[in-house]
Design a binder for this molecule. Sequence first.
Ligand SMILES: Nc1ncnc2c1ncn2[C@@H]1O[C@H](COP(=O)(O)OP(=O)(O)OP(=O)(O)O)[C@@H](O)[C@H]1O
Ligand SMILES: [Mg+2]
Length: 354
Amino acid sequence: MVLLKLENIQAGYDDNIVLDNFNLEVQEGELVSFLGPSGCGKTTTLRVIAGFVTPDKGKVYFSGQDYTPLSVHKKNFGFVFQSYALFPHLSVYDNVAFGLKMRNVNRPEKDKRVKDILEMVGLERLIDRYPGELSGGQQQRVALARALVIKPDLLLLDEPLSNLDAKLRLQMRREIKSLQSKLGVTTVYVTHDQEECFSISDRVVIMRDGKIEQYDSPEKIYDNPGTSFVAEFVGFKNFFDCTFNQDNLVDLGGVKFEIATERIMPSTRGEKEITCGIRPGDIELISKKEADKTSKMNRMSGEIMLSTYLGDEYEYVVAGEKQEIIINCPSDTKIKQGEKVELYFPPDKLIGVK
Ligand SMILES: Nc1ncnc2c1ncn2[C@@H]1O[C@H](COP(=O)(O)OP(=O)(O)OP(=O)(O)O)[C@@H](O)[C@H]1O
Ligand SMILES: [Mg+2]
């Protein structure tokens, strides 16, 4: 069932239109993430959903009802903002109880719910502390508890882990995912961290300049990025401007690539000039002997310019015939700078995008 629906939304600030004709549907119980570069409109979209920004055009529906005219406090939504802003003068208990107080929940019920949720986020022992006496991760959990304690119909999280170090981010993102599925609360999550986004989401919105570039499951986006913009988010580092020869054959200034038909994305339909992309780890090195035998299709020769040790693999920058290429090889294949290499681009690993 569609729980949240944004229909033809136009919204922004004064004469700065951020979202234009923006449409989105979120199913009940889903965790949908927004991923996109800074300034593309992720926070603005959350503000529109929450009701902090009123759209100039279009409608926000929740459970089939028109929520557009409702003010923020009329909606039972929980938020964690980009800077999670706890009340510094209130204890953990009072921070978490805040939303319940606003809703006039009686004392025993309030005590129980605050205690339960603090237990869930592992902070029950810190109930009397003040935000200034907590670590970043603990403050983050208080913010999350404060959003969850009201049993929100919708949870809106804006980069909730941005202030944490790498280890804590990982731990918290697991906790958020497990809490979210345990409580079954429909969640819209904003981040600009690709890994974080893909690991916790049921579906991902890739956003660019106030528009949805792709909306799909993480697996679909990873395997079939629809455009070069999306491909860059999911690890494609090599892009070639090519011309369509016919069907699945493209030409890069004399170098011919065959691309598996299902890897040519609909965005290229009707286009003569397209972009081919490939991940660094999908390019194969072929030996001199093999190179003489096999066809010249999907190949390029080059020279190693730079190598970087990444632990389990090396990254090489190769000066290719037509342009620079980045390849990754297992760490047992050490190639010297200046060495000549022959590269093979498997047809099922290339993508054709606009
Ligand atoms: N209060 C405001 N007044 C005017 N313009 C704003 C305001 N807030 C955001 N903007 C502008 O709206 C656009 C979208 O901003 P938004 O905060 O939605 O981006 P974002 O995707 O959340 O970025 P980030 O990843 O940096 O948080 C930007 O160009 C921004 O400068
Ligand atoms: Mg933002």
